[in-house]
Design a protein around this ligand. Sequence first.
Ligand code: 9UX
Length: 89
Amino acid sequence: MDETNTINLQHPIDPSLETKQIAIEGMTCDGCVQTIEKALRKINGVKELRIDRSAALATVTFDHKQTNVPAMHEAILRAGYKPTRSVGE
Ligand code: 9UX
């Protein structure tokens, strides 16, 4: 078994779930965080969401059969913020 390839961002319980981090610019206060949370939770397939304002990072667990990172970038942009990159592609 190749142990170098065991970093696994998929959930062991449900292989269609993925967790990704999206960096977001422009979250100046906690109201911004709530606006983005609302926008992302509206997307079908978003299961878990945690936004860390000081780290400028959203951690999202989603069903990759229902949504994807570009859709989340789009929602963040529409809410008025700037997604800059996602980690763990
Ligand atoms: Mo706070 Mo964010 O007053 O757009 S909600 S800065």
